[in-house]
Write a protein that binds this ligand. Structure first.
Ligand SMILES: Nc1ncnc2c1ncn2[C@@H]1O[C@H](COP(=O)(O)OP(=O)(O)OP(=O)(O)O)[C@@H](O)[C@H]1O
Ligand SMILES: [Mg+2]
Length: 582
């Protein structure tokens, strides 16, 4: 019931259209009744009484009835489908904007393809149903009522006998519908898996081909496709079973009428015309019943899809803005981590008891073994996740009490795996600032040491970079993402340094670009390069989700702790090369 209400809410804005369409449908239904009614005068007046006037009037009547029917049907049918499409458009928009607003934990728990499938396939299932349902449900119910009136008008006893089969049909329809709903859900799940696999193999196509796994992936796909087919086949069988079964049940009603009604005609208790009109109405009446059973099936399929859609709609972002959030003023003194702990799901603590005072304008290098929690720590700053315990404060403002937009506005991020959109170089650099003049974009590109290669590209700043920027080299992509961060001109910068080895020249350019980027900003850099570590004001050494040590390089080396060990392990060779080069 809840589900119906929620779905119907999407139709509510279009109730005016709906009223017009329903009125047109009423006309169509009335013409069905008129068609059944006209049989009586045709038989009794023309064939039996041989009435000349009726011979002229009735054919004209038939044409007029069908004219009204045609117009009504066109208007009703097109309007109902448009209403269905409008509702679907709203559902799709609502779902997309809802998902965009969900927190990162939602995305890390699900496969991209499965999320896509909810917006495409599940919405499509509803779409397929909604247009049919609104149209047929209204039309066939009305037609059924009109025809019921006709049969009862002719002979209520006969009508009651004929309609005894209807409760039986209803029971059958309900049972089949419920089964269909279950199968339908399974079908949609199978399609979601299929989509997930598509996204994964196509984005990872190079790995697939490099490892010669095409056959394996094809086999896997084939298997999933087969699962989908199997479930779909079950759905088809259930769906197609209802109409023939209903018709067969209806045959008993009709047989009874021929037997009983025929006897009445023979005894002269009723006219041939009235009897045929009755039979005609009855035949016409079973058609809407069968149609309604299909509608019921469609509704069940739509409900299965709606359940899946509303499941997503009901997920609240874990990172939410406080109702009384204020706009965060520009960073003045610094950022404080106050006893911060964090836990993904119910795994071990990824961070525990982090206390850190970060001064404005300084560069903090985060170092530590893999899995120490460096990425996790920086992800808390723009509130990709919220701390499980403790707080992060910008100039004393808890970041959970300021608007998310004002917080993120001040933060620039350059991630380890650069993401570029399939758009022009210019739009990638000016992402989020589409109105920025080209001069400003160029200035950012120069500061990021990217201008030279951009100038050489076929269309300069208007060159398309390909999906994820695959038409560019790794170093070029990195410099574009640095230019993007320079464009944003954030007060706080988060850098997850790439570990991927660049050649010395582009390494040098990336290094210089980063130095340009870091000046005048409060910077958190997850450092892999020796030069970055040595240039940092403070080094924060992380281990097992804790801050093991922090301070400037010389102090930490003198303390002879974890940093010294790490430093020697990771960088002795690098140091040697630096020395050798000198
Ligand atoms: N989305 C996640 N869900 C559950 N656990 C996670 C998730 N992301 C990271 N972890 C776990 O949290 C811990 C810290 O991970 P984190 O990514 O912060 O390490 P890191 O210091 O950045 O390591 P690296 O230098 O290898 O990038 C690890 O044990 C990791 O397995
Ligand atoms: Mg990391």
């Amino acid at each position: 019931m809840e589900l119906y209400k929620r779905l119907l809410a999407y139709l509510k804005p279009y109730w005016r259209r709906f009223a017009v369409a329903s009125f047109c449908m009423l006309i169509v239904s009335l013409t069905s009744g008129a068609t059944a009614m006209i049989i009586q005068p045709v038989l009794d007046d023309i064939f039996l009484r041989k009435d000349k006037e009726m011979l002229f009037l009735l054919p004209v009547g038939v044409v007029l009835i069908y004219l009204a029917r045609g117009i009504g049907r066109y208007l009703a049918s097109s309007q109902m489908q448009v209403i269905g499409q409008l509702a679907i458009r709203d559902i799709r928009n609502g779902l997309f904007s809802h998902i965009q607003g969900l927190s990162l934990d939602f995305f890390s728990k699900r496969k991209t393809g499965q999320i896509i499938s909810r917006i495409t396939n599940d919405v499509y299932v509803i779409q397929d149903s909604v247009s049919i349902v609104v149209y047929d449900l209204v039309r066939e119910s009305m037609t059924m009522l009109v025809l019921l009136a006709v049969v009862y008008y002719h002979n209520w006893k006969l009508a009651t006998i004929a309609l005894l089969v209807i409760p039986l049909s209803g029971l059958l329809i309900d049972r089949l519908g419920k089964r269909l709903r279950i199968v339908s859900r399974e079908t949609q799940e199978a399609m979601a898996d299929l989509n997930a696999m598509l996204v994964e193999t196509f984005t990872g196509i190079r790995v697939v081909q490099a490892f010669g796994m095409e056959k394996y992936e094809v086999g896997k796909f084939d298997q999933m496709n087969q699962t989908y087919f199997g479930r779909m086949r079950r759905a088809i069988k259930i769906n197609e079973l209802s109409s023939p079964l209903l018709e067969f049940i209806g045959a008993f009603g009709i047989a009874a009428i021929i037997w009983y009604g025929g006897a009445m005609v023979m005894e002269g208790k009723t006219t041939v015309g009235a009897f045929f009109s009755f039979i005609m109405a009855l035949f016409m009446l079973y058609a809407p019943v069968a149609k309604l059973s299909r509608v019921y099936n469609k509704i069940q399929q739509a409900l299965a899809a709606a359940t899946r859609i509303f499941e997503i709609m009901d997920i609240k972002p874990t990172v939410r803005q406080a109702p009384d959030a204020i706009a965060l003023p520009p960073l003045a003194s610094g950022i404080e981590f106050r006893d911060v702990s964090f836990q993904y799901d119910d795994t071990d603590m990824a961070l525990s008891g982090i206390n850190l005072n970060v001064k404005r304008g300084m560069v903090y290098a985060l170092v530590g073994p893999s899995g120490a929690g460096k990425t996790t720590l920086v992800n808390l700053i723009p509130r990709f996740f919220d701390a499980t315990q403790g707080a992060i404060l910008f100039d004393g403002h808890d970041i959970r009490h300021v608007t998310i937009a004002s917080l993120r506005e001040q933060i620039g991020i350059v991630t380890q795996d650069v993401f570029l959109f399939n758009d022009t170089i210019r739009n990638n650099i000016a992402y989020g600032r589409a109105e920025a003049p080209i001069e400003e974009v160029e200035r950012a590109a120069r500061a990021a040491y990217a201008h030279d290669f951009i100038a050489k590209a076929p269309d300069g700043y208007e060159t398309l970079v390909g999906e994820r920027g695959h038409k560019l080299s790794g170093g070029e992509r990195q410099r574009l993402s640095i230019a993007r961060a320079i464009m944003k001109n954030p007060a706080v910068l988060i850098l997850d340094e790439a570990t991927s080895a660049l050649d010395t020249e582009s390494e040098l350019m990336v290094q210089k670009a980063l130095e340009n980027l870091m000046t005048q900003r409060t910077t958190f850099v997850i450092a892999h390069r020796l030069s970055t570590i040595l240039n940092a004001d403070q080094i924060v050494v992380m281990d097992g989700g804790r801050v093991a040590e922090h301070g400037p390089h010389d102090k930490l080396i003198a303390e002879d702790g974890l940093y010294k060990k790490l430093f020697e392990l990771q960088f002795r060779t690098a140091m040697d090369t630096v020395k050798a080069r000198r």
